[in-house]
Design a protein around this ligand. Structure first.
Ligand code: CTP
Ligand code: MG
Length: 236
C-alpha cells in the first residue's frame, strides 16, 4: 500500500424517494441528530479512520456543514463534495477527490446510521489484509426468481445467499481502478464490491449485524428509532 492513511467515503447524495418526502433523508432527524450525523459519527470516533469525504446533493453542501458537521463536531470530514446522479457516480467522484492520499478506503452509506464500532473495526482490519472486505447477512427468507409472467422461474439455495451491506473496505488503488474500469465500460452496479469482482479480485464477506440497517422507507426509520431507544436503555 502506498499510504497507511485510511479515508472513509460516505455517499449521501440520494433523494430518498422511497422515504416518500421531498428532501434527502440524510437530513431527517433520528433521535437528537440528523441521520447522516450518526453515520459520520461512527467513523469520526473510530481511531482507525483518519479522514472522511462525504458526497451530498447539489446545493446541499452548506446545509451539510451547518446542520451536520458543525453542531456535531465532525472534524475528520475534510471534503464535502457534490455527488452524482447515481450512488456509483457519487462514490466515483468522492474517490477522485481522495486522489492518492490514502492506502485504504472505507465506503459506508450515509443512510446506515447504526453501524456498531466493533463491526467497523473488524471490516477495516479484514480489508487491510485482503484488499476487499464487505459485511453482509445470510438471507432469512426464501428467495425465488420470478419470471415476467408472474410465475416462479427458480427457487434459489438460501444457504449461499447473503444480503450485502456497508461498510465495504478496499485498498485505495484497487477500488479506484474498479470504478474507473466500470465507468469506461458503462457497468452499473448497486454496490462497490461488484465492481471489484469484475476485476477478479476476491471479496471477503464478513457476517454483519442486523442493527446495521439501511434507512430506506418510513418503516426503516421506525426500526432505527427502536434500535436507538433500546441502546439508550441498555446504557442507562
Ligand atoms: N446515494 C448517493 N448518490 C446518489 C444516490 C444515492 O450518494 N445519486 C447514497 C444515498 O444518499 C444513500 C446511499 O447512497 O446514503 C444508499 O442509497 P439509497 O438507500 O438508495 O438512498 P436514496 O437513493 O437516497 O433513496 P431512494 O433510492 O429511495 O431515492
Ligand atoms: Mg437510491
Amino acid at each position: 500500500m502506498a499510504s497507511e492513511r485510511t479515508v472513509a467515503v460516505v455517499p449521501a447524495a440520494g433523494r430518498g424517494e422511497r422515504m416518500g418526502g421531498a428532501t434527502n433523508k440524510a437530513f431527517l432527524p433520528l433521535g437528537d441528530r440528523p441521520l447522516l450525523a450518526h453515520a459520520l459519527g461512527v467513523l469520526e470516533t473510530c481511531p482507525l479512520v483518519d479522514e472522511i469525504v462525504v458526497a451530498v446533493g447539489e446545493g446541499e453542501e452548506d446545509a451539510c456543514r451547518r446542520e451536520v458537521l458543525e453542531p456535531f463536531e465532525l472534524r475528520k470530514v475534510t471534503g464535502v463534495i457534490r455527488g452524482g446522479a447515481s450512488r456509483q457516480e457519487s462514490v466515483r467522484l468522492a474517490l477522485r477527490y481522495v486522489g492518492t492520499g490514502a492506502g485504504l478506503v472505507v465506503i459506508h452509506d450515509g443512510a446506515r446510521p447504526l453501524l456498531p464500532h466493533e463491526l467497523l473495526v473488524r471490516t477495516i482490519e479484514a480489508g487491510r489484509r485482503s484488499g476487499a472486505a464487505v459485511v453482509g447477512l445470510p438471507v432469512k427468507d426464501t428467495v425465488k426468481r420470478v419470471g415476467a409472467d408472474g410465475h416462479v422461474a427458480e427457487t434459489l439455495d438460501r444457504r449461499r445467499l447473503w444480503q450485502i451491506q456497508t461498510p465495504q473496505v478496499f485498498w485505495r488503488d484497487l477500488i479506484q481502478m474498479a470504478h474507473a474500469r466500470a465507468a469506461e465500460r458503462g457497468v452499473i452496479a448497486t454496490d462497490d464490491a461488484a465492481l471489484v469482482e469484475l476485476l477478479r479480485h476476491p471479496v471477503l464477506v464478513l457476517e454483519g449485524l442486523e442493527e446495521n440497517i439501511k434507512v430506506t422507507t418510513p418503516f426503516d426509520l421506525l426500526t432505527a428509532r427502536a434500535i436507538l431507544a433500546s441502546r439508550e436503555k441498555a446504557r442507562a
